[in-house]
Design a protein around this ligand. Structure first.
Ligand SMILES: *[C@@H]1O[C@H](CO)[C@@H](O)[C@H](O)[C@H]1NC(C)=O
Ligand SMILES: *[C@@H]1O[C@H](CO)[C@@H](O)[C@H](O)[C@H]1NC(C)=O
Ligand SMILES: *[C@@H]1O[C@H](CO)[C@@H](O)[C@H](O)[C@H]1NC(C)=O
Ligand SMILES: *[C@@H]1O[C@H](CO)[C@@H](O)[C@H](O)[C@H]1NC(C)=O
Length: 309
């Protein structure tokens, strides 16, 4: 009788033994071992893909900022009111508390996260650029949209002062000496943010949310570009209005492409707010129409739905 060769020879010759650990067992062993092999400094957002989603009224989420980051949301919006010298975060005065401030909900958490994403080690010595919050794409900036609810001219100095910890650490996108330098956080003012005062800022690290449907309107006396306004937004209901059922009209679609084109010609990202949230099928038809026609940011309240869209 012939002796089998190759793998069969192995099978025939090896005495029965206990099964070796499979890959799943090996993974489980390592995961429960606290092994240094599985640890690195910037793990906070490990494997979270950043997405062009804007978290509308982000402080409504279970945990402001962090819930958005957990979904890879790359733009968050905080409404702020200046009261007795403090910037409180909330949609209306009835929702404010002494504990929920711009500093406590956004500035300090961001500072902590960014310090962790930018460790000082023997591997980073001499590096001058800063990682953003997302581990998989350190170059992705987080857009922090600040909607000023109180008087814009009176509130702006407090907002600029509140940003100082991020500014002095080098984490803010800045326009200075004719150059726009992107960094981990790009702050954009909306609501009552005062255009003329923002134009005067030099260096500028607080930008303006431009009126998307008026970028070509000469009466605004403004040359719009990304050094002043990296973002432009407008009210979907006012200039598109399609309810998401049936087919979008040529005029509605034409407005989307016109305004998006005006923004892109100037290097500005486009966003429509006040898009219908329900029914879900209509909401998704509208999201699809916006993305297909070049809109850069999906405005969303339901982050789970938008991130899996
Ligand atoms: C603001 O200051 C006034 C005067 O001191 C005080 O009556 C009021 O309660 C303060 N409001 C808040 C929200 O701190
Ligand atoms: C802008 O130029 C001035 C003068 O040359 C310099 O002191 C300053 O550091 C520059 N600012 C930035 C942000 O590069
Ligand atoms: C634009 O400039 C004109 C002429 O100086 C002025 O009358 C008008 O109010 C300005 N418009 C805005 C929006 O500032
Ligand atoms: C398109 O936008 C213009 C403003 O530029 C607006 O007057 C018009 O009503 C919009 N069309 C639709 C269908 O909403």
């Amino acid at each position: 009788m012939r002796t089998p060769g190759g793998i069969l020879a192995v099978l025939y010759s090896v005495a029965p033994a206990a099964a070796k650990p499979g890959v799943d067992q090996q993974i489980a062993q390592l995961e429960s071992s606290n092994s240094k092999l599985l640890q690195y400094p910037t793990q906070f957002t490990q494997s979270i893909m950043p997405k062009a989603i804007h978290s509308h009224n982000d402080y409504w989420r279970d945990v402001p900022l962090l819930t958005a980051l957990s979904f890879g949301v790359a733009s968050v919006e905080a409404d702020v009111s200046l009261i007795n010298g403090t910037l409180y975060v909330g949609h209306e005065n009835q929702a404010l508390t002494p504990d929920r401030t711009l500093d406590s909900l956004y500035i300090q958490p961001l500072l902590q996260i960014l310090h962790n994403q930018n460790p000082q080690t023997e591997f980073t010595a001499g590096s001058t650029s800063h990682n953003g919050v997302f581990d998989v794409d350190g170059g992705q900036t987080l857009q922090l949209v600040i909607e000023i609810k109180t008087d814009g001219v009176a509130t702006l100095p407090s907002v600029l002062a509140a940003l100082e910890p991020l500014r002095s650490a080098g984490y803010l996108t800045t326009f200075a000496n004719g150059t726009l330098t992107r960094s981990a956080v790009t702050v954009v003012g909306t609501g009552n943010s005062p255009l003329e005062q923002i134009k005067e800022l030099s260096p500028r690290d607080f930008f303006f949310d431009a009126p998307l449907s008026q970028l070509t309107d000469p009466s605004l006396n403004t040359t719009w570009d990304a050094t002043l306004a990296p973002l432009a937004s407008t009210d979907y209901e006012a200039v598109v209005g399609w309810n998401g059922f049936g087919t979008i009209s040529d005029e509605q679609k034409g407005n989307i492409t016109k305004f998006v084109g005006d923004a892109h010609e100037r290097g500005i990202a486009a966003r429509f707010w006040n898009t219908p949230a329900w029914p879900v099928s209509a909401r998704e038809n509208i999201w699809r129409a916006l993305l297909e026609n070049g809109v850069d940011w999906l405005n969303a309240d339901d982050l789970a739905a938008a991130s899996s869209f």
